[in-house]
Design a binder for this molecule. Structure first.
Ligand code: ADP
Ligand code: GLC
Length: 476
């Protein structure tokens, strides 16, 4: 089975969040299940320069305003197709945001080009290559199922759309319908129209053969008005085609026994050495309470304003916080102010190696998200014995077994969950965390449970392969 994966980011080449991790790790995880993946990516400078032995396999005289070519090659163990379109992707700053922190104004066209290229490939434009399934990720690839459904490959090549985060819908004004190649007749409520605008995500949700999201609980949540962000009705209507498949983590990159980015490890014994090193790095002294860590985008989704409110509870109990993140300026400033406390350390920025040291040295990882489709950092925490303290939502609910008298008695508990998602409930959870931390036997039992919890891709890759197989049977 040949799978074309369509993504706007892919680790380790280009990453702003968990989508890149998934796009980067899933291809190798699928191989043992009989699925061969090629990944199509925009030709950002970092992607083009990483590409080994690039070969031109297709050319466009005009791809959304300029000439472009498709390069085939490999990088970081991935089989890649890269769209070399300098007018769309040869830019500094971010892959989505310009220097001023705002979206590039032509983002709708930049990612429509990704979708159009995927459609052309589905239609057999690359000699010697015919995908059976086009697997699209998030709104940036949302128009691909639409273009394919309206083209000659319709029915022959099946499409899957994975929702990593419904908060990003790829909205643009109706005046761009023509430039995006969308028929006016599809600009309807049961087409691509979303409250008077065009939504690339909605196009994918309407036209893909199957829909997935990244945890079973988020799949259920998406069908409710509180989480569906206006698309819950559509998702309820497509319930039979929607499945939640949990993300895994790349266990070659995230493995405490072999991790080259951390000081030392032989978990859980190595934890204290890593913790001491982390405290020194963040200018924190030794303390009696747990060292809690956070690695996150600083946005409303992640609920870190709740952590700012609940922080006094942790500090009063002798706990500490070390945070790495970047995002909304207001949150960045608030955490910098919080770092005036000697038991709080904050690094604003993006730093892959530091994220490993935080997980390796932290006693607990905090993820107080208001919604979380899957979440990856709590999975890293499990693997490295940094117990997750998470909000009861989405993938956080599906991956952490909360400490209760029953789960503790049966040696199952791997962390703490709190609900409602409020500062008060988080505060209580931090209090409970400190209680557990002061009972070394119970604590190390939970650490062992956490580290034994499966967080790899095996089961989920098999679930994707089953989904693909079902679809390719329909096509034949
Ligand atoms: P999301 O995709 O919503 O941001 P996830 O938890 O799924 O959330 O994935 C976030 C990924 O990005 C994880 O791999 C995490 O370690 C990484 N990450 C987030 N912020 C930073 C940062 N400031 N520095 C390094 N890695 C980060
Ligand atoms: C999104 C979600 C996150 C998920 C990631 C990868 O960015 O916010 O919860 O883990 O995608 O699927």
């Amino acid at each position: 089975m040949q799978i074309l994966s369509v993504a706007s980011e892919c680790a380790p080449l280009v990453k702003t969040g968990g989508l890149a991790d998934v796009a980067g790790a899933l291809p190798a995880a699928l191989t043992p299940h009989g699925a061969t993946t090629r990944t199509i990516l925009p030709g950002y400078p970092a992607v083009k320069s990483a590409l080994n032995a690039p070969e031109t396999v297709m050319e466009w005289p005009d791809l959304f305003g300029g000439t472009a070519r498709l390069l085939a090659g490999d990088a970081a163990g991935l089989d890649l197709l890269v769209i070399d379109a300098p007018h769309l992707y040869d830019r500094g700053a971010g892959i989505y945001l310009a220097e001023d922190g705002k979206d590039w104004p032509d983002n709708p066209e930049r990612f429509a080009a990704l979708s159009r290229a995927a459609c052309d490939i589905a239609n057999g434009c690359v000699s010697g290559y015919q995908p059976d399934i086009v697997h699209c990720h998030d709104w940036q690839a949302g128009l691909a199922p639409y273009y394919i459904a309206r083209s000659s490959a319709a029915g022959r090549v099946k499409t899957v759309l994975t929702i990593h985060n419904i908060a990003f819908q790829g909205l643009t004004g109706a005046e761009r319908l023509g430039s995006l190649g969308i028929d006016l007749q599809d600009f309807t409520a049961d087409g691509v129209e979303y409250y008077g605008r065009v939504s690339a995500l909605k196009a994918g949700l309407q036209f893909a053969d199957k829909l997935t999201t990244v945890s079973p609980t988020y799949a259920e949540e998406l069908m409710t008005p509180d989480f569906g962000m206006g698309l819950d009705g559509l998702l309820r209507a497509r319930r039979a085609d929607l499945v939640g498949i949990l993300n895994g983590i790349d266990e070659t990159a995230w493995n405490p026994e072999t991790d080259q980015l951390i000081h030392t490890y032989k978990a859980p014994r190595g934890k204290s050495a890593n913790k001491r090193a982390l405290q020194e790095e963040f200018g924190l002294s030794e303390a009696d309470g747990p060292l809690c860590v956070v690695i996150s985008r600083l946005t409303d989704q992640k609920g870190l304003d709740l952590l700012l409110e609940a922080l006094p509870t942790l500090l009063e109990r002798g706990g500490q916080l070390a945070l790495l993140g970047s995002g909304e300026p207001g949150l960045e400033e608030a955490f910098k102010r919080a770092a005036h406390d000697p038991n709080v350390g904050v690094r604003i920025g993006y730093d892959e190696a530091l994220s490993h040291r935080l997980i390796a040295g932290g006693d607990a990882i905090l993820v107080p998200s208001r919604f979380e489709p899957c979440g990856l950092t709590q999975l890293y925490g499990l693997k490295y014995g940094a117990l997750p303290v998470v909000a009861l939502t989405g993938g956080l609910a599906d991956t952490v077994i909360p400490a209760t008298p029953a789960t503790m008695a049966r040696t199952l508990a791997t962390g703490l969950q709190f609900f409602p998602v409020s500062a008060g409930a988080l505060s209580n959870a931090l209090d409970k965390l400190c209680d557990l931390f002061s009972q070394p036997k119970r604590w190390s039992k939970m650490q062992r449970n956490a580290m034994a919890h499966p967080v790899g891709w095996d089961v989920s890759a098999a679930a994707y392969a089953t989904l693909y197989k079902g679809l390719s049977k329909e096509a034949s």
